[in-house]
Design a protein around this ligand. Structure first.
Ligand SMILES: [Zn+2]
Length: 337
């Protein structure tokens, strides 16, 4: 199978889609969007910070008749490095403002202070999930001074739900869709009937919904609500940050809702089989697309956070009981009768 990236495309008048490569990732690229108007040029999700990524972004800008120095604003749907990575470099080259939802600014600050506080808190969390000691050492967050978020841009502009992106000549509205991250944003342009969906809704992949230590709200409940919210944009073309553009948001939303319902049912099934169990035990028993043995390194952490989010959701909806046994002991989950 050939693994080529899609071309730079002009999706609408003065709106381009640019694939920016992600190193060593099955996702392969982020779809960065360039949106121009008489009032400036906005880049949505500049992509991962590598030279190859920078060159791809510059190529895209060139196709749009512009250069990095012409960019007036940067909006990130969320702060993951495949979206927000290049923002700092692009801001330095252009003087553009950087915009995000306030909850993403908080997450960036929380990540930095958490890493400054050493890895103790993280190891404690892994213990509460029941991760065996040797595995915990392997999974513990290694957030050295080379971690991408240290170099990431803090925002100059905050976009709350319903706010307009500051770009004269176009009406791009922020739609707050917490779940994948606490401050994830979609962007709606009514006149063009399109919704930039970031990682909230992708055509084939189900985005990771995992526990995040600094999230204000249980992530799965937030995600399910945010999914139902964007189903109302069903007539809009969806412009996601990965894979490809698509129509039929409401039906895609129904599939994602069903996916999480099945996942919750599977967790219940596992607890029925195992009896009371830890998050780690449930994680290793869940179905993973290439099998648990193929889930290695950072993916194990994401898997653990995902199982944790479903267990928390089941506990909040009273289908499962959660028992905390103290700071150094694993929490235990069991089916409620
Ligand atoms: Zn992404």
């Amino acid at each position: 199978m050939t693994r080529t990236s899609p071309p730079v495309e002009e999706v609408r008048a003065d709106l381009w889609s640019v694939p920016v490569p992600i190193p060593d990732s099955p996702l392969r690229y982020t779809l960065t969007y360039l949106i121009a108007a008489e009032g400036g040029l906005v880049v949505v999700d500049p992509g991962w910070d590598t030279d190859a990524g920078w060159n791809a972004l510059a190529e895209g800008l060139k196709a749009a008749g512009a250069a990095p120095a012409d960019v007036t604003g940067i909006v990130v749907t969320h702060i993951h490095p495949d979206h927000h990575g290049l923002s700092a470099r692009l801001r330095a080259a252009s003087g553009a403002w950087v915009a995000m939802h306030p909850a993403e600014r908080e997450s960036l600050a929380a990540l930095r202070s958490q890493s400054a506080d050493s890895a103790d808190g993280d190891l404690a969390w892994l213990r509460r999930c029941g991760v065996p000691g040797d595995v915990a050492a392997e999974l513990a967050m290694r957030v050295g001074s080379d971690h991408p978020f240290w170099g990431m841009a803090d925002p100059d502009v905050l976009l709350e739900h319903g706010d307009s992106v500051p770009l004269a000549g176009r009406q791009l509205q922020a739609v707050w869709t917490p779940g994948h991250t606490p401050g994830h944003l979609c962007l709606h342009e009514e006149s063009e009937n399109l919704l930039l969906t970031g990682d909230h809704v992708l055509p084939r992949i189900s985005p990771n919904i995992g526990l995040q230590p600094h999230a204000a709200e249980p992530p799965l409940a937030a995600y399910l609500r945010s999914l139902e919210f964007v189903a109302a944009y069903d007539t809009a073309e969806a412009l996601p940050a990965h894979e490809y553009r698509f129509h039929g948001l409401a039906s895609r939303v129904r599939m994602l809702l069903a996916h999480h319902e099945r996942r919750c049912d599977e967790v219940i099934e596992i607890l029925r089989r195992l009896g009371p169990a830890t998050t780690w035990q449930v994680t290793t028993e869940l179905t993973w697309s290439r099998g648990w043995a193929a889930v290695t390194g950072f993916m194990r952490r994401a898997a653990l956070a995902e199982a944790g989010a479903h267990l928390q959701h089941l506990a909040d909806s009273k289908r499962v009981s959660a028992t905390s046994r103290g700071p150094d002991q694993a929490d235990i989950y069991a089916i409620r009768d």
